[in-house]
Design a protein around this ligand. Structure first.
Ligand SMILES: Nc1ncnc2c1ncn2[C@@H]1O[C@H](COP(=O)(O)OP(=O)(O)OP(=O)(O)O)[C@@H](O)[C@H]1O
Ligand SMILES: [Mg+2]
Length: 394
């Protein structure tokens, strides 16, 4: 895909205005008021604008009301593939295609989608890209915390306007969810189970009646077609508030698993590290696949409690050692190599990150790590450099 300006029909919806297809000149990855490449992190729909555009042009499937792409188009955007005109769509999710098909199919129904899984299994990532592909907007987001109030799920008030004009629609501050209903777009709720149970339940009317009553105005906002909710929750966190059964029934749950094979996990890490390296403009060479493979292998062995060959049992540390953490170990290693080494990722660059990821509990995890280091790592012939580097750090 060529860089720079191109004239095209871009399906774009400025926030708060009606949607539709607008003719215009798009510069890939360019955001109004910000120089090209000036953002630390772009939203899915910005970073992959060119892919979404191309998909929109070739997608002949039937689009559900207010969807930018057909369900097949959305799945292609997430899983990647070659379009009939030869255009390459990069995979965003690496794993079972069926999982994404089920997720997308759910969103065409009146049920909301709950992505569930252990930390670092791409729940937020998939939710962002689903919203980007379906609505062209992944920013209608509520971050769930213990302090998330009913106001941030429903609506709040602009108190200056409220005092001046009284309770009028203009004084109301809609939540991202309300905006999703008004515009017929996907709204996202992150970490749903961290939200207090009574606040969670305020979603029930929205999800079943597709309306949000505003008793103060004797009014309501009815959801337009295209509106739905994607929530994420992880099943490992302490202090979670389980969903009430009434709320559970409004969701279809899709569990995102940990990557099945080493190769799959290595591929995920490689892709993410490459694209993060590009956006952070790290001057290092792309990391050797072998270094990534070693880190992923260590993570998988510690996670599963047994070595890859199935011969040696190892203890598991308290942390989750997810793919996301493997990505950040490699990424910090690259930063070290780029700025304080010769640009090539070596064992000494990943050792401290690796140990930091494994040892979350300074007492117990240290024992686990030492044992792994001395019984497994040490015995691997071509891993001597990594063993030495880890010994030096710990
Ligand atoms: N199967 C996968 N395919 C593609 N990327 C993946 C996969 N698994 C993990 N990742 C990557 O891992 C990173 C972290 O994922 P994400 O933040 O979405 O995890 P999460 O499940 O939301 O975790 P948490 O429960 O901590 O919020 C993302 O950059 C994502 O690209
Ligand atoms: Mg998340």
């Amino acid at each position: 895909m060529s860089e720079g300006k191109r004239t095209a029909k871009v399906p774009r919806t400025p926030r708060g205005k009606g949607e539709g297809v607008v003719e215009g000149v798009v510069e890939e990855g360019v955001v109004e008021g910000v120089e090209k490449g000036g953002l630390l992190r772009e939203h899915g729909e910005q970073e992959f604008a060119a892919e979404l555009l191309e998909l929109g042009n070739v997608d002949k499937g039937k689009r559900p009301p207010n969807w930018r792409l057909s369900p097949q188009g959305v799945v292609t955007y997430l899983m990647g593939g070659t379009l009939e005109n030869g255009f390459e769509v990069t995979p965003k999710y690496i794993g079972d295609r069926r999982i994404i098909e089920i997720a997308v199919a759910t969103l065409t129904t009146d049920r909301a989608l709950l992505l569930l899984g252990v930390p670092g299994t791409a729940k937020s990532w998939v939710s962002e890209h689903l919203a980007a592909a379906i609505s062209g907007d992944s920013t209608l987001l509520i971050q769930g915390t213990a302090g998330t109030s009913e106001e941030s799920v429903r609506y709040g008030w602009n108190y200056a306007r409220l005092l001046a004009d009284g309770p009028v629609m203009e004084a109301l501050v809609p939540s991202p969810l309300m905006r999703g209903m008004q515009d017929g777009k996907i709204a996202r709720v992150e970490e749903l189970t961290r939200i207090a149970a009574d606040v969670q339940d305020s979603l029930i009317t929205i999800l079943s009646e597709k309306t949000l009553p505003i008793p103060e105005l004797g009014n309501e906002v009815q959801a337009r077609k295209g509106f739905n909710v994607i929530a994420t929750a992880n099943d490992r966190d302490k202090g979670i508030n389980d969903l009430s059964s009434a709320l559970k029934r409004r969701f279809n749950t899709v569990v995102l698993p940990l990557p099945k094979t080493v190769d799959e996990e290595v591929e995920i890490v490689r892709r993410r590290v490459e694209s993060l390296g590009r956006s952070l403009e790290l001057p290092a060479e792309p990391p050797a696949l072998e270094e990534i493979r070693r880190i992923v292998t260590i993570f998988r062995e510690l996670r599963s409690g047994v070595t890859g060959d199935g011969k040696t049992k190892v203890k598991s540390p308290s942390g989750t050692l997810s793919t996301a953490e493997a990505i950040s170990v490699v990424n910090s290693g690259i930063a070290l190599a780029a700025h304080f080494g010769d640009g090539t990722l070596r064992a000494s660059d990943v050792a401290s990150g690796l140990i930091g990821a494994v040892i979350k509990d300074p007492v117990q995890d240290k024992v686990v790590w030492k044992e792994y280091l001395e019984t497994v790592l040490k015995e691997r012939k071509d891993w001597k450099d990594l063993y030495k580097a880890c010994r030096e750090v710990s």
